[in-house]
Design a protein around this ligand. Structure first.
Ligand code: ADP
Ligand code: ZN
Ligand code: ZN
Length: 800
């Protein structure tokens, strides 16, 4: 008797434990830990992950596994353990931890089918089912037979079955293989009837090419038909078979092979301790703090080369929006087909194939966004997180993990170095490097000693006072003109999308709001609509104020579309490429626009966040930030840090090569330290100032924080539950812990559901997760049946 313990795909606290199942005779020793299986659970079949194998269970009546869903384990032992660790650390269900580690194609898809039980005696069912035993739910629904089937189920002549479908399809191509040697081909040619001209052509074709060729190509090249091929197969000359093929998202791209640069003195100094830990197989976390353009990527590439030479593997994380073709190209150019790439721009099938390349050890390096940290490598030699300060490394849904924590966990396990790279490290990481937890490596010089661009900060209040009402200061406008005359390129950065952000009545100050969320609606020029960015609500643009009926209702704020229009008006000769969510939503458009800019088909690249990173074009000599303040006033203790980081990143796009660069930052609060110090590009001083603020506010890195948000349609319920939770925690946690709340969330309502929160700040609470887990279990009933949400975010990055 063989028994396995399974984590089932039922996302509730009550089922977040192991369930035992018997393994049917025929699959004994075939079904192993790490495989997906389909198992009966209540009335249905669901997916599960096998965690353990054993030969005894305390449960009396065990059910059998229905069927395996994999040929070999999809999660290795390390990842199975990592899932357990993760679920405890971030308080998520084990099933969601495991699902997060696998490509979407492997997530369970469920299907309902009707199964005929009457043994063919009921002619009425013949009509419904045809000559099959089973009928799919959606087919039955489409020809309106659900009510009839319901009757039959009552009679016991039909039952309903719940199946787990495997979505992980492999792509196959039909190949034709010649079974003959060249000599045999020649003999076969002689023996063909003189009329079989087409067959002759095909055999001759196989004389001149490789032995195995896709059917499609054979047909094209020889201009023959499937009938011709068929007769050659029947004669035993050729064979047809299906061959598995990867969907390669980069198949049509050529990558110029690059060779390692001779490292500069500064680079040499930085890479030495990294190489040492690779060679001597020990774990160390390095914080590589290098200014933009100081050659960090080259450090990554050469460290990875060492790792590959040792026969080990490398994981490189880059922020989603920095996964530009430029970044991918640098890795592909150095390591060719050894590189697998994982990011959200790939189709589900492409992602699945890249993942399989990793699993089959056909790739040695994975370059990917956050979830690539779970790459199923077994012999990791280095983990690199580029732009480590980026918020996109924190997942904002369950499991709410931070890739940096997972990286360090795996780095310790594999005894390999972890490199956190950034020009503007997160405060937390820099603080750890000051305490000696991470090893700080600094690079202060740009390549070729090119100076950092000179930055000037323009006070937009001053502009207004002097009568300039345009969105461009005089300084920025003059420089724009100058670059166009010189045939050099400019990047214009705007931290917002849409045409204008909101509509306000100038008489009464009323701002058009979403009726379901407490947030203002955004105006979209092209569709001429107001939209809610939280729930998707759309409405027409009012011509009259709904409050006071005034007609002085107008758009405020500036969006990329509006800037584009303004540029067309003021600088009609300038060629502008606009990059924002609207112009890059189609697959490949991001790449296409960047390519156009690189090819010099535009003078100005205008865009949002997505152009802040990774761009490295020699002809960019001017960067303009249209309004630096937009993020500064968000209700978030990291808003200064984010502003500083973003401004520094954007500035770093200018003057990376021979031509010197200039940056113009426009702002209404030039005196704010994060703007002033971003202008001076002084990270160290910014760090000191910001640490002071964090200390005063009892925020990270001085305190840990955990945010609990309670969400439901009924405001009274939300308030009372948040109060109870707060009371409970007050009783359980230490006196040094600060509990803020209950209060309304910064966005008090989204999609008609109210939001209340409670924020915990603490230095040491070893039992905290135990208490939080207790709370989740306590409210489980209301969570599953009354639509209550209790979201617990350990170390949150979004404070709303
Ligand atoms: P970062 O990642 O710190 O922004 P990069 O690695 O992109 O910096 O380096 C900036 C530029 O300098 C790139 O064009 C890169 O190819 C080049 N570079 C890096 N290291 C060297 C080197 N040792 N010698 C010459 N050029 C280099
Ligand atoms: Zn009004
Ligand atoms: Zn809304």
């Amino acid at each position: 008797m063989q028994i396995v313990s399974v984590i089932v795909d039922v996302p509730t606290m009550n089922t977040d434990k192991l369930f035992d199942y018997l393994v049917p005779e025929k699959w004994i020793n075939f079904i192993r830990p790490g495989m997906r299986v389909s198992v009966p659970f209540g009335p249905r079949m669901i997916q599960g992950f096998v965690l353990e194998q054993k030969d005894h269970s305390d449960v009396e009546k065990l059910k059998y596994i229905h069927e395996p869903l994999d040929i070999s384990p999809v999660l290795n032992e390390e990842l199975l353990n990592l899932g357990k660790w993760l679920s405890e650390k971030v308080l998520c269900l084990k099933i969601s931890a495991y699902q997060a580690m696998l490509p979407a194609a492997m997530k369970a898809k469920y299907e309902k089918v009707f199964h005929r039980l009457d043994g063919g005696t009921n002619p009425f069912l013949d009509e419904l089912f045809g000559n099959k035993d089973e009928l799919r739910w959606d087919v039955a629904k489409n020809n309106n037979s659900l009510p009839v089937l319901q009757e039959q189920i009552k009679n016991g002549t039909v039952e309903i079955k719940y199946l787990v479908k495997n979505k992980a399809n492999k792509k196959t191509v039909r190949m034709i293989t010649s079974l003959l040697s060249n000599d045999e081909l020649l003999t076969a040619l002689k023996n063909l009837s003189p009329n079989a001209l087409k067959q002759k052509l095909v055999l001759e074709y196989f004389l001149t090419t490789t032995k195995s060729i896709p059917v499609k190509k054979v047909l094209e090249d020889t201009n023959s038909t499937t009938a011709t091929i068929r007769s050659l197969i029947n004669k035993g000359y050729l064979k047809e078979e299906n061959k598995e093929e990867y969907r390669d998202p980069y198949e049509h791209r050529q990558f110029q092979k690059t060779t390692p640069f001779q490292l500069t003195m500064e680079q040499q100094k930085v890479i030495t301790p990294i190489i040492k830990s690779i060679e001597e197989n020990y774990h160390e976390t390095f914080l590589l703090n290098g200014v933009t353009g100081s050659g960090k990527t080259e450090i990554y590439l050469q460290s990875i080369q060492k790792v590959i030479n040792k026969g080990k593997e490398a994981i490189v994380l880059v922020p989603e929006i920095a996964l530009t073709p430029q970044m991918v190209e640098r890795f592909k150019s150095r390591f060719g087909n050894d590189v697998a790439v994982l990011h959200s721009g790939l189709s589900i099938g492409e992602k699945y194939d890249e993942w399989r390349k990793i699993q089959r050890k056909e790739a040695k390096v994975v370059v990917g966004a956050r979830s690539a940290i779970f790459a199923p490598f077994e012999n990791i030699g280095i983990i690199i997180i580029d732009e480590e300060h980026e918020n996109s490394y924190k997942q904002e849904e369950n499991p709410r993990y931070h890739a940096r924590d997972v990286a360090i966990y795996r780095g310790e396990l594999h005894q390999c170095p972890v490199i956190l790279g950034s020009a503007t490290p997160s405060l937390e990481s820099f603080a750890r490097s000051q305490k000696g937890i991470y090893t700080l490596l600094s690079m202060k010089k740009r390549m070729n000693n090119q100076a950092l661009p000179s930055v000037s900060i323009v006070d937009m209040r001053e502009e207004l006072r002097e009568g300039n009402r345009s969105m461009f200061s005089r300084e920025l406008f003059e420089k724009l003109q100058d670059r166009i005359n010189k045939n050099q390129q400019t990047v214009l950065f705007l931290n917002r999308r849409g045409h204008s952000s909101f509509v306000m009545c100038r008489d009464c100050g009323y701002v058009l709001q979403c009726p379901h969320c407490d947030i203002s609606l955004t105006f979209h020029r092209y569709s001429n609509q107001m939209k809610c960015h939280y729930c998707g609500y759309e409405s027409i643009v009012p011509t009259q104020c709904p409050e006071c009926l005034s007609e002085h209702i107008r758009y405020f704020g500036t969006g990329t579309q509006k800037v584009e229009e303004e540029l067309n008006k003021l600088l009609p000769e300038a060629r502008v490429i606009r990059m924002d969510v609207d112009t890059t939503s189609r697959k490949g458009s991001h790449e296409r626009l960047l390519q156009q800019f690189q090819d010099g088909k535009a003078d100005i690249l205008l865009g949002t966040q997505m152009i802040a990173k990774g761009l490295d074009f020699p002809n960019i000599t001017l960067v303009g930030v249209l309004s630096a303040d937009t993020m500064l006033h968000l209700p978030d203790f990291r808003s200064s840090e984010k502003t500083f980081q973003l401004l520094t990143q954007v500035s770093g796009r200018a003057g990376r090569h021979q031509l010197a660069g200039e940056v113009v930052i426009q702002t209404y609060t030039p005196e704010h330290y994060s703007i002033e110090l971003a202008g001076a590009q002084d990270y160290d001083q910014f760090y000191n100032r910001e640490m002071m603020m964090r200390k005063l506010g009892s925020y990270p890195p001085f305190y840990f924080i955990t945010l609990i948000t309670v969400i439901h349609e009924d405001l009274m319920k939300v308030v009372s539950i948040t109060e109870k939770i707060t009371k409970y925690l007050q009783a359980k946690l230490s006196n040094d812990t600060i509990i803020l709340g209950p209060t309304t969330s910064p966005i008090p309502r989204i999609k008609n559901r109210y939001r209340y929160q409670c924020l915990l700040k603490y230095k040491r609470e070893p039992e905290l997760n135990k208490h939080l887990r207790y709370l989740l279990e306590h409210y489980q009933q209301q969570i599953t049946s009354e639509g209550l949400t209790i979201s617990i975010d350990v170390n949150p990055y979004i404070m709303m």
